[in-house]
Design a protein around this ligand. Structure first.
Ligand code: AHR
Length: 617
C-alpha cells in the first residue's frame, strides 16, 4: 500500500474536535473522580423518608449496647434526615461497652483508600443531650487495625445544638480497603449528620481524585460534556439531575437517586464542580440540561417555562456577573469570574419524543434572546437530512460492533457542510464479542472511525468516546475508557487510542491519499504546532483493521525538505499479539502505545503495519 501526503496546503480542524464526555454512570463521580470517601454522608440515601436508607453505614456493637435509627432532626432544611445513636453502655456501671467502643462505620465506596503520610479532613455535624467523647478513626475494613485516629470531646452546652466539627487525621499506615469509624464508650444520645472525609491532596485543590484527573489531563481534551447522558434525563423526571439541587454548600445539597444507573449520589460533584473540572483541564464545558423529558414522562410544551427558566438561571450561574442573582451564588462558592460556558445541549437522545420539538423551540428562543452567543446542540441527527428546527450543532451517538464501526469511516463524507455541524458526543464499540471489557480490536475500529471524523472535520466539530469511567465495583456499562477501584486505575485500549488524537484539535488537516487493494486501511495527516517547542510537527496516523500485516510506503510532497528537522522523529504503535487483548489491574499496559525513534526519515519512507494496529509517524 502507498500513502501519499500533500503537505503544501490543508484546512483547519476545529479547535474543539476531540474532548471527553463525563457521565455520572458506573460510579464515575460519586465513588470516583469526586474524592469524597464517605458514601451516603447525609444518611439521606432513602430520600427524605424516615427510617432512611443509611446503607452502607453499619452499626458497631449489638443491640444491648447501642440502637441506631434516623429521624428528621437535621439543621439542614433540604436534607432533614440525621442519624441517632442511643448509646446504652458506658465505661463504668453495669453495662460496660465493648473494648474499642460502639458506634457506626462507613466503608466508603467499596473501601476507602488511605495512604500513609497523607492527611484526611473529617467534617461532621453533631448534637447531643449530654457531653460527648467520640473517637473518629480510619481503620482497616474489620476495624482492628488503626490507621489514624482523633477525638471529639465536648461539654453538653457545646453540642446541645448542631455543631460543625473538623478533625484532621494523618495516616500512619496505608490500607486500600479502609473505613471511617465514629465510636464512643460513653452512654447518651448523639446525632450525626453530613459526615465527610476528604484527602487534603486533591487535583488543584478542587476536590477531584488526582490520579483519575491526571489520566484525563493527559488526553488533552478540548471540551468536557457533562453530566450525562441518561443521567440528565432520569428514568422519571423526579429523579433527573437538576442543577439547582447540586450547588451551594455541600452540607445543604439534598442529593438524589439516579434511577437510570441505579445509585444514590450526594451531589458533591455538582454543576459548579463540573464547570470547575472543565476549567482545570483547560477544556470548554458543554452543559447538557434536562428539557422536561425523561425516559418515561414528559412535561407538556405548554407547561415547560419553569424548565426554561431553570436553564436560563443555570446560564446566569455560569456566566453572570458576581452581582447577578445566580452569578453571586457562583462567586460565593469561590469563583467570582464567570466560567467559559459557550455550548449547551437541549436534552439527551430525546429527538423522537412527543414534546421534543415543542420544548426545544421554547429553550432555543429564550436562550437566543438572553444569551445570543450561546451555541445550542439539538438531539436530532442532521447527517443525512436537514433539521426542521434551528440549531448550531446536532448530536450523533453510535454504539455498535467493531466491523460496523469500521464501516462508518465514511459516515460523514456526505454530511452537510453548511448549517449545523455534527457533535459525535458518544461513540464506542460495544458488542461483547468484539469489545470484551475493552479490547484492542474495539479501539482499532474506533480509531478508524475517529480518523474518518478528522477527515470530515469540516462537517464534524466535536467528538467524544463514551462512557469515560467505570468503578469496577459497579460496572453498569461496558466498555469504558478508564477503569478504577479505590486505589488503582488503568486505561483500556480505547483510552490509549484517544491519545493518538491529542494534537488534532486546531491542527491543519492535509490531503492524504491511500493507494491500496486492502479495504482495512484508513489514514490521515495533520500539521500541528507544539506549545512546547513552538515548532510545526507532521503527524500521520494509519489504522490497519485487517488480520494481516501490510507493507506501506509513505511519500510526503510539498514540504520544504531543507528546512526540516528530521532527528527525533518517532513512530508510535498501538497493537498486541491478539486483537481481543485487554488491559487489567495486574497488566495495565498490556495494550498501550509503544514509541520508537525512526531510523530513516525523509520524503519517502517504508513501514510495516501490524494486524489490528494504529500507527502514528
Ligand atoms: O454512554 C452511556 C449511555 O448511552 C448514555 O447515558 C446515553 O446517552 C446513551 O444511551
Amino acid at each position: 500500500a502507498q500513502l501519499i501526503i500533500d503537505a503544501s496546503g490543508g484546512r483547519p480542524i476545529p479547535e474543539t474536535l476531540f474532548g471527553i464526555f463525563f457521565e455520572e454512570i458506573n460510579h464515575a463521580g460519586a465513588g470516583g473522580v469526586w474524592a469524597e470517601l464517605v458514601h451516603n454522608r447525609g444518611f439521606e440515601a432513602g430520600g427524605p423518608n424516615t427510617p432512611s436508607n443509611i446503607d452502607p453505614w453499619s452499626k458497631i456493637g449489638d443491640d444491648s449496647y447501642i440502637i441506631v435509627s434516623t429521624d428528621r432532626s437535621s439543621c439542614f432544611e433540604r436534607n432533614k434526615v440525621a442519624v441517632r445513636l442511643d448509646v446504652l453502655c458506658d465505661n463504668i456501671g453495669n453495662n460496660i461497652c465493648p473494648a474499642g467502643g460502639v458506634g457506626i462505620y462507613n466503608p466508603g465506596y467499596w473501601g476507602m483508600n488511605i495512604e500513609q503520610g497523607k492527611t484526611y479532613k473529617i467534617v461532621l455535624y453533631v448534637r447531643s443531650l449530654g457531653s460527648i467523647d467520640v473517637s473518629v478513626s480510619l481503620t482497616s475494613s474489620d476495624g482492628l487495625q488503626m490507621l489514624a485516629t482523633g477525638n471529639i470531646i465536648a461539654s453538653a452546652a457545646e453540642v446541645s445544638n448542631w455543631t460543625k466539627v473538623e478533625v484532621l487525621l494523618k495516616a500512619e499506615i496505608s490500607n486500600h480497603n479502609s473505613r471511617l469509624q465514629l465510636t464512643t464508650l460513653k452512654q447518651g444520645v448523639i446525632w450525626f449528620d453530613q459526615v465527610s472525609a476528604m484527602p487534603l491532596d486533591t487535583y488543584k485543590g478542587h476536590g477531584f481524585r488526582s490520579d483519575l484527573v491526571e489520566m484525563l489531563a493527559d488526553m488533552k481534551p478540548r471540551f468536557v460534556r457533562f453530566p450525562g447522558g441518561c443521567f440528565v434525563e432520569g428514568d422519571w423526571l423526579r429523579n433527573a439531575f437538576r442543577w439547582k439541587e447540586t450547588i451551594g454548600p455541600w452540607e445543604e445539597r439534598p442529593g438524589h437517586f439516579g434511577d437510570v444507573w441505579i445509585y444514590w449520589t450526594d451531589d458533591g460533584l455538582g454543576y459548579f464542580e463540573f464547570l470547575q473540572l472543565a476549567e482545570d483541564l483547560g477544556a470548554l464545558p458543554i452543559w447538557v440540561f434536562n428539557n422536561g423529558i425523561s425516559h418515561h414522562d414528559e412535561v407538556d410544551t405548554s407547561k415547560i417555562m419553569p424548565f426554561v427558566q431553570e436553564a436560563l438561571d443555570g446560564l446566569e450561574f455560569a456566566l453572570g456577573d458576581s452581582d447577578s442573582t445566580w452569578g453571586s451564588v457562583r462567586a460565593a462558592m469561590g469563583h467570582p469570574e464567570p466560567f467559559d460556558l459557550r455550548y449547551v445541549a437541549i436534552g439527551n437522545e430525546d429527538c423522537g419524543k412527543k414534546n421534543y420539538r415543542g420544548n426545544y423551540l421554547k429553550f432555543y428562543d429564550a436562550i437566543r434572546k438572553a444569551y445570543p452567543d450561546i451555541q445550542m446542540i439539538s438531539n436530532c441527527d442532521a447527517s443525512s437530512s436537514p433539521l426542521d428546527h434551528p440549531a448550531h450543532y446536532y448530536d450523533f451517538h453510535i454504539y455498535t460492533s467493531a466491523n460496523d464501526m469500521f464501516s462508518k469511516i465514511h459516515k460523514f463524507d456526505h454530511a452537510p457542510r453548511n448549517g449545523p455541524k455534527a457533535f459525535v458526543s458518544e461513540y464506542a464499540v460495544t458488542s461483547r464479542e468484539d469489545a470484551g471489557t475493552g479490547s484492542l480490536k474495539a479501539a482499532i475500529a474506533e480509531a478508524a472511525f475517529a480518523i474518518g471524523l478528522e477527515n470530515n472535520s469540516d462537517a464534524v466539530s466535536m467528538a467524544s468516546y463514551a462512557p469515560l469511567f467505570v468503578n469496577v465495583n459497579d460496572r453498569r456499562w461496558n466498555p469504558d475508557t478508564i477503569v478504577f477501584n479505590s486505589s488503582h486505575l488503568y486505561g483500556t485500549p480505547s483510552y490509549w487510542m484517544q491519545h493518538f488524537f491529542r494534537e488534532s484539535s486546531g491542527a491543519t488537516l492535509l490531503h492524504a491519499t491511500l493507494q491500496t487493494n486492502s479495504t482495512y486501511l484508513v489514514a490521515s495527516a495533520i500539521i500541528w504546532k507544539s506549545s512546547e517547542d513552538e515548532e510545526n510537527h507532521l503527524k500521520i496516523k494509519i489504522v490497519n483493521f485487517g488480520s494481516s500485516a501490510v507493507n506501506l510506503k509513505i511519500s510526503v510532497d510539498g514540504l520544504g525538505m531543507n528546512s526540516l528537522r528530521l532527528s527525533g522523529s518517532t513512530k508510535t504503535v498501538l497493537s498486541s499479539s491478539n486483537p481481543l487483548d485487554e488491559n487489567s489491574f495486574t497488566n495495565p499496559k498490556k495494550v498501550a502505545p509503544i514509541q520508537s525513534l525512526m531510523s530513516k526519515v525523509g520524503k519517502n519512507m517504508d513501514s510495516v503495519l501490524p494486524p489490528y494496529s494504529l500507527t502514528a509517524f
